[in-house]
Structure formats: C-alpha cells, structure tokens
Design a protein around this ligand. Sequence first.
Ligand code: C5P
Length: 404
Amino acid sequence: MATAELAGKHLVLGMTGGIACYKIAELTRLLTKAGATVQVVMTEAATQFITPVTMQALSGRPVYTSQWDARVPNNMAHIDLSREADAIVIAPASTDFLAKLAHGMADDLLSTLCVARDCPLLVVPAMNRQMWQNPATQRNVTQLRADGIEVLGPDSGPQACGETGDGRMLEAVATFEAIASFFSPKILSGRRVLLTAGPTFEPLDPVRGITNRSSGKMGFALARAAQQAGAEVHLVAGPVALETPWGVFREDVQTAQQMHDAVMRSVADADIFIGVAAVADWRVDHASEQKIKKTAERALPTFTFVENPDILASVAKLPHPPFTVGFAAESGDLELHGEEKRVRKNVPLLIGNLGPLTFGMDDNEVILFEAAGATKLPRADKQTLARALIVEIARRLPDTSLIR
Ligand code: C5P
C-alpha cells in the first residue's frame, strides 16, 4: 500500500452522520499506518453512529465535536484546526453536509472549519440512492466541483437501507487510495497508459491448462502508480487474485491470444504501453473440447504446441507505437542478456528483475536497459518501485514538457 504520498501529511478527517461512519475506523488506521496524522472532527450526528472514544483511540488524538471546545487555547477551534491541515477530508459526507458546503453555511464546528479553511477539501459522499439522485443533491455536487472541491465516489451497490444503487461510500481502502492519489505529483497528467499484468492461462481441455507463477503484483502496482500520477489507465489482466487499483479501468482475459487482441484493440489510444504480463510463449494446438479422460487403456496424452503472439513485439512493430516498455524475468544472467533482449524486442526501455525470480514476492530489485546503458534501482517493495519506475518512464517520454 502506498505510503510515500501520505507520510508526514496532516489531515483533518471530518465525519458527518451516516452509517458509513464505521468505514472511517478502518480509514483512520490506513492513514495513520501510512504516516499521516489524523485530526478527527465529528458532527453531533456522527457521534450517534460511532463514538469519539473509538476515533480518539484509532487516531491517537483527541476528537473535536463542538465549536465551543475549551481545549483550544484561543477558543477558535475552527481556525486553529484548519490552519495546520494539508487537506480536510469529509467522510462520510452526508446529503445535508454537502448542501451546507454548497451554500457556505457555518453553523457547527465542522462546517465552520470548511468555510474557514485555506487547504484543499475532499468529500466522500455516503447516502441512499434516492438522496444521491435528488436534483438538489446533484446541483450541490456540481457546485462543489465548480468550487474546486474534490468529490471521491460515491460507489454503487447494496445499501444499508436495503436498496441498491449509487450513493454508498467508497470502501475504506478505496478512499485511502483516492486520498493518496490526490497527493501524488501528476507527472503523467493527460497521458493514457495501457498495461498487461499477471499470467495467462492456456487451456489443455475445459478444466485443465498451463499457466505460470506470476501474481500480477508488479503490473497492478504500476497501474496504480500511473493512475496516481494522473494517467488514464487501462489494465489488461490475466487470471490473478488482486483488487483493481482505484480509478483504473480493468479488462480481464485468460489466454495470450485474448490478451494480444485486447491490447491491439486499445493500443492506438495509448501514449505508453507497459508489458508486465508473464505471457505464455506457447499454447496447445487445438485444446480438447471435452475433458481428457484418464482411463486404464488410454495412453498418456500428448500435446502439440504452437507459438503465441508476442504482444510486446507486436506493439513495438506498429507504425506509430506508444512509448513501449518491456519486462524481463530471467532465472540467471540478466545483466548479460538484458540489453540483447531489449534490442531484440525493439523497445526503448526494458526493465529486468534482478536476482532470483520474484513471482509473488512483495519486494523487487530491477535494472533498466536502454540504448544509453543500464541503471540499477535500489531494492524496494513493489509499490515503491512502481512509483520510481513511473518517474523513470515519465522522464523518458518524447514530449517531456508536461513533467519538467
Ligand atoms: O521474451 P520474454 O518473455 O522474456 O519477454 C518478456 C517481455 O515480453 C515482457 O514485457 C512480456 O510482457 C512480453 N511478452 C509479450 N508477449 C509474449 C511474451 C512476452 O508481450 N508472448
């Protein structure tokens, strides 16, 4: 999970009345674990859903609920609390609170804090679908966006009231990701990134197949880092057990051929292509349509293999390819063969995993191969490494005017 963007940040976390208050306990833990300090401020209504004691224990700071709190020496909690903050996050943000914000009302501590702030304001709406769809709410949200307030979510799905639709609060992890994303430098703003990640699965018959040990972690970490850097991200994923990073468009595929076709359908729109997937080099020619039976009299099955398309090479061969980045996982001699592979694949940048195969692990160490030479990056967890790689990729884009 990203930590760098939030380390040392001071957030005022404003809670308003809604059942989604329970998600803020988890959100507070995620934020503090990432190195942020969290000052919780609750409206009267929020305290009906979760107690200030709980929020104090999780944030490690006294919770403020009243404009008239004598703990602030100058009795100006609304000024003091907002002046220290890098951002105010209202989560959950109720229908009523959005309406108050849209009209600049200031009749309790939290609303007064928001009006008196000199820092960014992020709101995370949480309400019943009818309340969200109500034209007044939609007018208010449009007004908030026009006022430069970030609106995160809402999500869609089953609601506490038993109905289903738009309006439920983003989950704690997604809210955390969205806040981290808000603080990331937007070095890929306006860029479209297409990635492949994970293994592929090549069927032998309807129940069996050939795959590999790629977990997809590196590709998903890169997709997340690119999204946080402001890019529009399309992730073509093989079969993996990973959550889609917040704000990323994900397309699931099984086979190398499907992955190839998905990439080729979308590559014309991409500014950057990153092939992280461990694509199977071969597939079985004519996989059996029926399950292959194991019977006493039947001989062991034999399979004929045919080569899969090389997705990376196909992209690199296009007349106007995006900035194309390959990955190489080798069980040895990478330093010798990396540059040779980059030239063979015809890509400007190839990222090689150093050392033993890192499938499924959280840490990685890589070496960048390019025409100018090879550069090692320090060993780090995959998310930190992904952020560093996005910076390296952004630096090498043909038009760097946006990022200098
Ligand atoms: O040739 P090798 O598999 O080592 O190359 C690895 C790089 O090529 C990775 O970027 C991988 O995503 C890409 N690749 C591909 N299609 C294949 C095989 C590899 O895009 N069929």
